[in-house]
Design a protein around this ligand. Structure first.
Ligand SMILES: C[S@@+](CC[C@H](N)C(=O)[O-])C[C@H]1O[C@@H](n2cnc3c(N)ncnc32)[C@H](O)[C@@H]1O
Length: 240
């Protein structure tokens, strides 16, 4: 199995219909992951990720994401934000949701993988942390409006297609933390069309305060080994 295997079929969760109307207009039609079958293989998206999180030898970084860790330290140090409500989208086995809980956030993690969520719950119990780990499709989840002090999306680029919904869900003065593969990343990863293009994250959060933006060649948590193209954003919604 190549490293790319965990990501195969993400394209199946994100059905993109391109409609050419004289120029390059595009319409994205999102279909809930639970209803999707991997093209040709008949393996559902949740089942595929269950296998990834059930593997004896994890092929991803099992420690918390470094950018999220640095961001939390900075937010607390500069007194932007220390604690509150946090939601980690596509939380997997909870490595980042647990960090948020550890740093004092009342944390919810959502994912479609039962195995990943069970691992997250077990790790929370073992560490004596409280984590609300929910089985949910992030494309259809009800985030509410101005509900969260912090929203994180670590290595799930397709979530940017619902950026407006996610921005609305963050409280004024709250933050979003994003890390994912950039457009020059090669090899395993999310669907090519969701690799972050030059300035794409900055454009999506142009009306927020950009506290940090890193675009470079770093080791990706989900493509261990040689550095690849990774993009990171820490942005703060203006306070009212
Ligand atoms: C590359 S992993 C990243 C996991 C975690 N964020 C991390 O960095 O460790 C992608 C995750 O997205 C989850 N996922 C895929 N489609 C999803 C969906 N529609 N809704 C919620 N989670 C989804 C998978 O189960 C998997 O845990």
């Amino acid at each position: 199995m190549r490293k790319s295997a965990p990501f195969r079929g993400l394209a199946a969760a994100l059905v993109v219909v391109l409609v050419a109307t004289g120029g390059l207009a595009a319409t994205a039609l999102l279909v809930p992951a639970q209803q999707q079958q991997q093209q040709g293989g008949g393996v559902s998206e949740p089942a595929r990720w269950d296998k990834v999180f059930g593997a004896k030898q994890p092929r991803y970084r099992t420690e918390p994401n470094d950018f999220l860790d640095r961001s939390l330290k900075r937010l607390a140090g500069e007194k932007w934000l220390a604690g509150g409500t946090a939601i980690d989208l596509a939380c997997g086995d909870g490595r980042n949701a647990l960090l948020l809980a550890q740093r004092g956030f009342a944390t919810t993690g959502i994912d479609v993988s039962k195995v990943g969520l069970d691992k997250a719950r077990a790790a929370a119990a073992q560490k004596g942390l409280t984590l609300d780990a929910r089985e949910a499709d992030l494309f259809t989840f009800d985030y509410g409006v101005e509900q969260w002090d912090l929203l994180s999306v670590i290595y799930f680029n397709p979530a940017l297609t619902i950026a407006d919904k996610l921005k609305a869900a963050v409280k004024p003065g709250g933050v979003i933390v994003i890390e994912g593969q950039g457009s020059e990343h090669q090899g395993g990863g999310p669907p090519k069309e969701t690799l972050f293009k030059p300035g794409q994250l900055l454009k999506a959060f142009a009306d927020w305060r950009i506290l940090a933006y890193e675009d470079g060649r770093f080791e990706s948590d989900w493509n261990l080994g040689e550095p690849t193209h990774v993009v990171r954003l820490l942005a703060r919604k203006p306070a009212k």
